[in-house]
Design a protein around this ligand. Sequence first.
Ligand code: FES
Ligand SMILES: [Fe+2]
Length: 460
Amino acid sequence: MTANSNITPNDLDAERPVTYGTEAFLSADYAKAEKELLWPRVWQMAGREEDIPNVGDYFTYDICDDSIIIVRTAADKIKAFYNVCAHRGRQLIDVPADQNGVRGNTRNFICGFHGWTYDIDGRNSYILDEDDWHGALNTECTSLTPLRVDTWGGFIYIDQREEEAETLAEYLGDAGRILSHFEFEKMRYKWRQYCVYPANWKTAIEAFMEPYHTTATHHQLTAFAEFYAYSKQYGLHSVSGFDQRKSAEATSQGGSVSRAGKGADPRISTYELAYENYTTINYSASTDTLIAAAARLKDELPEGSSIADVMSHWMTSAKADDAARGVIWPDIPAEVMAEAGLAWTLFPNQNILQGVTFALCYRSRPHPTDVDQCIFEAYALERYPEGEEPDTEWVLAAPTEEKWGKVLAQDFANMKWVHKGMKSRGFKGALPNPHQEQKIINAHRNLAEFMGRGAPTLLR
Ligand code: FES
Ligand SMILES: [Fe+2]
């Protein structure tokens, strides 16, 4: 199969059923090809600006066989270099295997092997016995190798392409335009955890790309809401949101995580759904302010209040509570909120479930040598009053309920069995839901464009 036979965005918009095989998840050859055809040809989210607030602050980002140094070289300037010494190729900064990158502050990067030294702009500033080369060394061959870097929403992206490729803004396209309203750059990490998980990186990230699994996997949540969802391609990227099976089903008010829930009294169901989500998704996908305001709905609103009144009162009072402590909500037009839905996947591996003052995010990366493993990360962002941002680091956490909360543990409990199940001789290829799992179909459509193989085909 070649990319020529790929399905089109029109096929997705028409919600035409498709299937695709398992090679992208299981083949070591495919994983090796990704190192050439996928990762070096996309903008990759490497980290957050908040990790390097001061000049000389740096962190490392590893992808496949590359390690990359991202360093702040001026108040308004960030640079990225391959983490490798120009002399004989020692990795410049050691990144211990049990650490999700290293952070530090420095004026120089000094190679541990023979002491060649680089300033934070990547220029070589010291070579032991340089005269031995009889003047043959120049700035170009002795400097660190730079790569493109840009920022959006407080995220730092790198691009390994050597030729002039599209800008980050062009790459993000409509997804960037819509999500910019949420001002992620004003949010900070609330918590961040990672693990090395026994499934391919795509199996892992796809477990967080559709709410279709919620009813069966997170069955306890169905007491509080319906989880019927739509999903929609936006070129490289995709969105999903809550939907209604039929117009008579009036409980799913809105496509985002802040909604009324199910029950006779929306003053109570709104709170119960928000509280259940918040406490079982490891205190993410909402905020203390929103939960406290939801808890007061039954006291502040009369019996018989409509869902629309409850939602509007909830948002107005939470917004006022936040303003009183110095957290000013962005003004997001209603049509942008509607288009933004619940959650986005930015190709290839960045998931964002967004709210006005929070975001729950996921990223997965391939294990450098094992197609059956990945580095999986989840983190919560939130807007804080200035000076009250928590100080966080990446925490290596076993994929258990104790470390990640009930809901993520339920997701972890599927992912490795999906990966194992796809190896079965009895598995005939995926049958993704064209309406609810379109994000996943779109991911495979886009993957096939980069990889030249594995394109989804129409089911007849
Ligand atoms: S490899 Fe870095 S100084 Fe020799
Ligand atoms: Fe889930």
